[in-house]
Design a protein around this ligand. Structure first.
Ligand code: TXA
Ligand code: MG
Length: 309
């Protein structure tokens, strides 16, 4: 447990919030939609800590909050179709999913290892001031424990996450109270991935599930990153022809965390899997990961990686 600071929306509060983010700590802040749980999107451990604080049982890709189009272009390749929406003034409550820029420097956990990135300029005055002060990309899911509803006041955030995050900036109630609309710009046509605050043109293609709502349940993303190798889980040692990814006492050829630290393991997970691919590994064995806290999200991800391809 840590002491969660309640910061004011004044200059000193914003300054402190930006400092905490720069230190890799978690800070909840109001956007015009809901309160987000922010972390430096370039810092693997900080992003892993988001999952730990929320108790999220799986790694969904996270929205990266930016100061505007100029910063967005550092991390994503903005197609013309997306530019039309955001170039004059980024609309409130709109998140765009675009191809990830090579060398963007974002944590692999933010993109869940995918080649796309979700970007959004929050339009609450407080969020804009915080982002300008921090001057970097902030990954933020809604600031609620996993499975609970999104918070629209600092009190909601405290009631769910007190003692689990460094601070919350209290900017009063959010104006929209509903999440952002997510539009994907990865193919020829824009696709509505999640309904939300921003109204898209009626004719926009929708990706809906059978019930006709909320679309891209992230666990179902078919584009979820999977390693090229076949994967065997719960391995204490490598069999012939296998490369072993270790954890804790199981040293392996490479380790997710030699000290058995789940935050470190989560932070390194996607990078290790990518590295195994890059080295041409065809048979990967992975040491047992305890199924508690962040270990559940790691195991969920590993199970997907091990599923028959
Ligand atoms: O209003 C909002 O959108 C709030 C504020 C804090 O920004 N955030 C929010 O985040 O609702 P979260 O994590 O609860 O939902 C983000 C959604 C997830 O469903 C995730 O799958 C999707 O965004 N997403 C993120 N990156 C994606 C990507 N590269 N491709 C497809 N979907 C993505
Ligand atoms: Mg949420």
């Amino acid at each position: 447990m840590e002491q969660t600071e309640r910061l004011s929306a004044q200059g000193a509060g914003i300054k402190r919030a930006a400092e905490l983010l720069a230190e890799g700590r978690l800070v909840a802040f109001p956007t015009e939609t809901v309160y987000g749980l922010g972390a430096d999107a370039r810092n693997d451990r900080a992003v892993a800590a988001i999952y730990e604080a929320k108790g999220r049982p799986s790694f969904n890709p996270l929205i990266v909050h930016v100061t505007g189009l100029e910063m967005a272009e550092k991390f994503g390749i903005i197609p013309d179709a997306a530019r039309e929406f955001v170039q004059d003034d980024w609309p409130a409550g709109l998140t765009i999913v675009v191809p990830l820029r090579d060398g963007a420097g974002l944590s692999d956990l933010v993109t869940a290892g995918q080649k796309s990135v979700a970007l959004r300029q929050p339009r609450s005055e407080l969020a804009e001031r915080l982002l300008r002060r921090f001057d970097g990309p902030v990954a933020a899911p809604s600031a609620n424990p996993s499975g609970r509803i999104s918070p629209t006041t600092a009190d909601h955030v405290i009631s769910g996450l007190d003692g689990r995050i460094a601070a919350v900036v209290d900017g009063g109630a959010t104006t929209a109270g509903l999440e952002s609309t997510i539009v994907g710009f990865l193919g020829d046509e824009p696709v509505l991935l999640r309904e939300g605050v921003f109204q898209v043109p009626d004719q926009m293609q929708r990706q809906t599930n059978a019930e006709g709502h909320d679309v891209q349940a992230p666990g179902q993303l078919s584009s979820h990153y999977a390693p090229l190798a076949t994967v065997r889980l719960g391995a204490e040692r490598a069999e012939d022809g296998e490369v072993l990814l270790g954890f804790g006492e199981v040293a392996g050829d490479m380790s997710l965390s030699p000290s058995g630290d789940l935050v470190e393991a989560a932070a390194r997970l996607f990078a290790c899997l990518h590295e195994m691919d890059a080295c041409g590994v065809t048979r990967l064995a992975v040491a047992p990961i305890p199924n508690r806290g962040l270990g559940r999200a790691i195991n969920d991800r590993l199970k997907r990686a091990a599923a028959p391809k």
